[in-house]
Ligand binder design. Structure first.
Ligand code: SF4
Length: 241
């Protein structure tokens, strides 16, 4: 009698847990979709917690419901981008790194593999060669990694406060999950795959604040120029007084 009562209670508790998890899964998905479609942040930290904690079941559920399971990663990346955006911007560029996937490089890429990834010679054959000099000009450190083991090496051997990753949604979401202490930001590849991928250079430059920084530099240079013109003008004027 006691045993039967005990197992009934256990069964009821298990049922309640399963139902609660299911409700949480649906809620996380719905809130996530609202965020991605309407760009409204509703309980972002709870959604991120649910997404990380229930990552595999959520993927299974989306697939079972007939959706693309990458949707879970897309929601994760979009929310993390929103949550970390200001923290990322506030950090000094010297303490920020950009991590490129090696699939972005050209098939004739001459870069050699070093301890921290590929050493790009800026040959100009792929978008990395276009972004790298600009990002370094404003203080960023660049890494091109052939796999996640290199990211672990970078974290271990290199001091940084923030990271921008470029990858497909799935890799981005998992990397941003693992690097959540570094205010991660992610840019999606414009062409995904394992080979000959691509990224929108302008989107990356905007994300790292390149245009803004260069804009400020040009503005300061203009101000200096204007001041110099004024000084010249004053000197000229004084000659004719
Ligand atoms: S720009 Fe750099 S990464 Fe791209 S192909 Fe050339 S050497 Fe390789």
């Amino acid at each position: 009698m006691f045993h039967q009562y005990f197992f009934e209670i256990i069964g009821q508790i298990a049922f309640i847990i399963v139902i609660s998890l299911f409700v949480l899964l649906i809620l996380a998905l719905v809130l996530g979709v609202v965020l991605v479609k309407k760009k409204i942040l509703i309980f972002p930290k709870i959604v991120i917690f649910a997404l990380d904690f229930l990552y595999s079941p959520l993927k299974y559920l989306t697939k079972t419901l007939g959706f693309n399971e990458v949707m879970v990663d897309q929601i994760g990346v979009e929310i993390r981008n929103k949550i970390n955006e200001n923290n990322f911007k506030e950090k000094d560029n010297k303490n920020k790194i950009i991590v490129f996937p090696h699939c972005l490089r050209h098939e004739n890429c001459p870069a050699k593999l070093g301890e921290m990834g590929l050493k790009c010679s800026e040959c100009g054959l792929c978008s990395i060669g276009e972004i790298k000099p600009k990002a370094e000009e404003i203080g960023y450190n660049i890494f091109i990694v052939p796999g996640s083991t290199f990211i672990k090496k970078i974290v271990k051997n290199h001091k940084f406060e923030s990271v921008l990753g470029i990858a497909c949604y799935e890799d981005l979401n998992i990397s941003m999950m693992n690097l959540s202490n570094f205010s991660p930001q992610g840019v999606l590849l414009s062409r995904t795959g394992c080979f000959k991928t691509d990224v929108d250079v302008q989107t990356v430059l905007e994300k790292i604040g390149y245009e803004k920084k260069i804009g400020n530099i040009s503005k300061n240079q203009n101000m200096t120029l204007n001041n110099e013109i004024s000084v010249c003008q004053n000197e000229k004027d004084s000659k004719y007084l």
